[in-house]
Design a protein around this ligand. Structure first.
Ligand code: C2E
Ligand code: MG
Ligand code: MG
Ligand code: MG
Length: 277
């Protein structure tokens, strides 16, 4: 009987794995299709000065409008895309779409702030990113200092030559570099200095904790103080209420991003935040 159970269990398990593998493959094909059929689009979330809500920058966030499944979050498909070079195609698509969008806004005489784009660790190790950064902004006549490349710290953990070389290229070409989700991995701010990062984004989990955790309050304060001392810019992301806004402000962090100020907006709506010339 035990044997019988064991086998059922095994069958259940493999069926389940097959199902997951199948879903995964489905998703990969779906993303390929999405790229071809123009199902991807971007939303933009304001980053503002916390004293006066002046617009400092906007972050481009990827969305997938699936014909049957509806809107799919990047949390659902980026991880799958990162398992193959599909993520490079996505990153290249985002860069092209952002540059085209900035060009359109500039031609309409909007004062466009700095635009941040998220680049995955795998893409950062590729030549395809460097090729795209060399050609795409130039094609749309976008100055490189209008763009900020957001990477997460695990992208820097592979301390390999290609990452060093690519980071150096990005820096020397005049792009801004931001370290996203800071505090979730292992790197210290000192180490960031070596990578010539310009900006650090405090991970949302610390902001979440501000209300209930004295520890999180101390951590945020310490990150801001150290970043200041090292002349790194700092952004607090995921601010959802006045309470968090007040604490972050008291910690000395000047630039903030979160639903409290604005949710990510479609291109047609973010222009409300811009000034016209
Ligand atoms: P991220 O780069 O850390 O982006 C911030 C995420 O926090 C966004 O989620 C944004 O909508 C969300 N957010 C902003 N303010 C608040 C808030 O006050 N409360 C809460 N609960 N959430 C807030 P989103 O758009 O779902 O993106 C999730 C992640 O997917 C991003 O995290 C980024 O890691 C990745 N991602 C998004 N777009 C791209 C892309 O174009 N390329 C790559 N490689 N990754 C992307
Ligand atoms: Mg980001
Ligand atoms: Mg983040
Ligand atoms: Mg995040």
């Amino acid at each position: 009987r035990a044997k019988q159970n064991g086998r059922n269990c095994f069958e259940f398990y493999t069926t389940n794995l097959n199902f997951i593998a199948h879903q995964w493959l489905d998703m990969e094909n779906g993303i390929r299709h999405a790229l071809k059929e123009n199902q991807l689009f971007l939303e933009y979330q304001p980053q503002v000065e916390n004293t006066n809500q002046n617009l400092i920058g906007i972050e481009a966030l990827l969305r997938w409008q699936h014909p049957e499944r509806g809107l799919i979050s990047p949390l659902e498909f980026i991880k799958i895309a990162e398992q193959s070079s599909l993520i490079n195609q996505i990153g290249d698509w985002v860069l092209e779409a952002v540059c085209l969008q900035i060009r359109t806004w500039l031609d309409q005489a909007y004062q466009v702030p700095r635009v941040s784009i998220n680049i995955s660790a795998r893409h950062l190790r590729s030549d395809s990113l460097i090729q795209a950064l060399k050609t795409v902004p130039a094609k749309y006549q976008i100055p490189t200092n209008m763009l900020c490349i957001e990477i997460t710290e695990h992208a820097l953990l592979d301390d390999i030559d290609i990452v060093k070389k690519n980071m150096r290229f990005i820096k020397e070409a005049g792009f801004n570099i931001s370290l996203d989700d800071f505090g979730m991995g292992h790197s210290s701010l000192m180490y960031l200095k070596r990578w010539s990062v310009d900006e650090v984004k405090i991970d949302r989990t610390f902001i979440d904790g501000l209300q209930n955790s004295e520890e999180d309050r101390v951590i945020v304060k310490a990150i801001v103080a150290l970043a200041d001392a090292l002349s790194l810019d700092i952004v607090a992301e995921g601010i959802e209420n006045q309470f968090q806004a007040d604490i972050v402000k008291a910690s000395g962090c000047k630039v903030v991003q979160g639903f409290f100020y604005s949710i990510p907006l479609p291109a047609a709506e973010i222009v409300r935040w811009f000034k016209s010339k």
